[in-house]
Design a protein. Structure first.
Length: 135
C-alpha cells in the first residue's frame, strides 16, 4: 500500500547565519555541519500576519559540510533542501524533536539588510517547486 504522505518535500529558505558553524564527524568519518539560520521577512498576502520569522537548524553532509566550515556568523545564505523532524520511541511512544532543514544546496548571498529579505524572492522560490506535482 502506498504511503499516504505526499512525496514532495522541498524547501528553499534565505536567512542569516547566527552562530559559527559546528562540524563533527560521523562514526564512519563523514563530516556533518550544523548551522543555525534565521529568516525574517515582511508579508502582505497573509494578513493579519505581518512578519514571517523562523530560526531553524540546517544540517549539511559531506563536501557541503566542509564548504560550510568557514562561513562567518552574519553570512547571508540561501539553502535548498528537505525538512526533517527528529523522532524516537521511548516507553512505546513516538516522541518528536526539533525540525531541521537537511541541505542539498547552500549558496552564499550578497550582504543585505537582515530585515528586508524580499517576499518576491521567496515567492519565486516557491513557484519553482510544485507542491502537488501539477503546475
Amino acid at each position: 500500500m502506498p504511503d499516504p504522505v505526499a512525496p514532495e518535500n522541498q524547501t528553499i529558505l534565505e536567512g542569516v547565519l547566527l552562530e559559527p558553524v559546528g562540524v563533527r564527524l560521523t562514526p564512519s568519518g563523514r563530516p556533518v555541519a550544523t548551522l543555525e539560520l534565521e529568516h525574517r521577512s515582511t508579508v502582505t498576502d497573509l494578513l493579519p500576519l505581518e512578519r514571517c520569522e523562523v530560526r531553524i537548524a540546517v544540517l549539511a553532509v559531506g563536501t557541503l559540510a566542509e564548504w560550510c566550515r568557514n562561513l562567518p556568523p552574519g553570512a547571508n545564505l540561501r539553502v535548498a533542501g528537505r525538512l526533517n523532524q527528529r523522532r524516537w520511541i521511548r516507553e512505546g511512544k513516538t516522541r518528536w524533536g526539533r525540525t531541521e532543514l537537511i541541505a542539498q544546496r547552500i549558496e552564499s548571498r550578497p550582504q543585505a539588510s537582515h530585515a528586508t529579505v524580499q517576499d518576491s524572492v521567496a515567492n519565486q522560490s516557491i513557484k519553482e517547486i510544485p507542491h502537488d506535482g501539477k503546475e
